[in-house]
Design a protein around this ligand. Structure first.
Ligand SMILES: [Zn+2]
Length: 161
């Protein structure tokens, strides 16, 4: 892989007031800045576990689009490869195509990632864009009535007041 991507994109961590959100966004940005490949790797993600360790992933595009893998799923797999710790927060950053104006930006987890992340980390928070800022949101608030199957006992998030 070659070094930084072709666009001088501003690190969107500067939009996060929360230091942990900024750390996660900065890590996700750094990962995709290093590994960006147009049409193949567009988004980087970072997940922090309860012990403070951070696990990263990148989006993997497929020729058959529906087989593409989201960066959050790659980060989840990386986290579960190395730790059984609870997973506390996730952030994802989309790197701009060379033809696009504007810089890198924080992106919310897609609906599929919300489902799977909540399956494995019911308390997880996500850094989401809110206006010009990146802020934490409890992921279950972004998918309030998720699918609950029978493969294992459902772990519902603790309701916060
Ligand atoms: Zn996704």
């Amino acid at each position: 892989m070659s070094g930084p991507g072709p666009v001088d994109a501003v690190n969107p961590a500067v939009t996060c007031a929360d230091p942990q959100a900024a750390r996660l966004v900065a890590t996700a940005y750094d990962v995709i800045r290093q590994r960006y490949a147009e049409g193949r790797h567009q988004i980087g993600a970072a997940i922090i576990a309860a012990d403070g360790k951070v696990y990263c992933g990148i989006h993997v595009e497929a020729m058959v689009g529906r087989y593409s893998i989201c960066a959050e799923m790659a980060a989840l797999a990386a986290a579960r490869l190395y730790t059984r710790q609870p997973l506390m927060a996730v952030a994802a950053v989309r790197y701009p195509k060379p033809s696009e104006a504007g810089g890198a930006r924080i992106v919310s987890p897609c609906g599929g990632c919300r489902e799977v992340l909540l399956d494995h980390a019911p308390q997880i928070q996500a850094v989401v864009p809110q206006g010009e800022h990146g802020v934490f949101a409890p992921l279950h608030t972004l998918l309030p009535v998720k699918y609950v199957g029978t493969k294992w006992a459902a772990q519902l998030p603790t309701q916060t007041p």
